[in-house]
Write a protein that binds this ligand. Structure first.
Ligand SMILES: [Zn+2]
Length: 295
């Protein structure tokens, strides 16, 4: 009897300790990437949410989209026009190039968004070649790069608190097309030499985020989905805008060549091809506005 009790206690003890033991012995449990044994097809093994029924990205099929829904009211973007009251930190996370926004002065509200959502960071997904790179595709068309501006619901304490909540996040997604030199992108690219390796961070001069975005923001598709990286929480309202952003070949080359996913003493690996393939839509609808030239 006493033995049985001891065994039970040991069992409970072991369960409580398991996560720590795993870490202590260098468990690769939290490792993930975009290819091979730690690629997207295996994320769900260590991150069960990645096998959920509301995952992102998805393929947007225009002939299956729901048009002109109440879900597509225009929303207001506050603070996007100003560079005041924010600090921007450019970071090489090893998975992407990310700009962390310090300060709570940039947010979106109104329209069909349930509340106020504060901009936390924006980051990019891009391909090694021009034919791929975006996470979302429109009627099978992929783009060389996609930018995500991640916002969290102001009703939560901070971004981490909102991360796994059903109404936690709003992400605005913008697709890139190759074209003219984009002066705004130089705000970031000119600092790539300061963040060549994983975990490098540098403070950059503030600029108005609106300058970065397409002129027209009134036509888009939206749907309920997830983070496109582990732990894949299903906490995101996605907005994918029709209007694209231009980037030159030379600027795209900087994303492909100048930033790496390794630490300084490891083999050089670039970050390119940091996109998750499309996930099943299951029972979800995608709601889209009519393109303005359809009227
Ligand atoms: Zn993203």
């Amino acid at each position: 009897m006493i033995l049985l009790k001891c065994m039970k206690m040991l069992h409970v003890f072991a369960i409580l300790l398991l996560p720590y033991l795993h870490q202590a012995f260098g468990g690769a449990g939290n490792e993930w990437g975009y290819e091979g044994k730690i690629g997207p097809n295996r994320w769900h093994i260590n991150f069960p949410h990645c096998a959920g029924f509301r995952q992102s990205p998805v393929s947007i099929r225009m002939n299956k989209a729901v048009f002109n829904s109440d879900w597509l009211l225009p929303f207001e973007m506050r603070g996007y026009d100003s560079a005041d009251n924010i600090n921007l930190h450019l970071e090489n996370t090893g998975y992407t190039i990310q700009v962390n926004i310090k300060g709570r002065s940039i947010y979106i509200t109104d329209g069909s968004i349930p509340g106020t959502y504060i901009a936390e960071q924006f980051h990019f997904h891009w391909g090694r070649v021009d034919q791929r790179g975006s996470e979302h595709d429109i009627d099978g068309m992929y783009f060389p790069m996609e930018m995500h501006i991640v916002h969290y619901n102001a009703k939560y304490m901070d971004f981490n608190d909102a991360l796994d909540k059903e109404d936690g996040l709003v992400v605005l997604a913008f697709l890139f097309e190759i074209g003219n030199h984009n002066d705004q992108l130089d705000h970031l690219i000119s600092h790539f030499s300061e963040i060549p390796y994983r975990d490098n961070v540098t403070l950059i001069e503030s600029f108005a985020l609106r300058e970065f975005l397409p002129k027209k923001l009134d036509t888009y598709c939206r749907y309920s989905g997830s983070l496109t990286t582990p732990p894949c929480y299903e906490s995101v309202q996605w907005f994918i805008f029709y209007e694209t952003i231009e980037i030159s070949e030379e600027q795209l080359r900087a994303f492909r060549m100048d930033v790496h996913q390794n630490h300084p003493n490891e083999t050089i690996r670039d970050i390119s091809d940091d996109f998750r393939p499309p996930q099943p839509l299951y029972q979800r609808n995608i709601y889209c506005s009519r393109k303005s030239d359809d009227n």
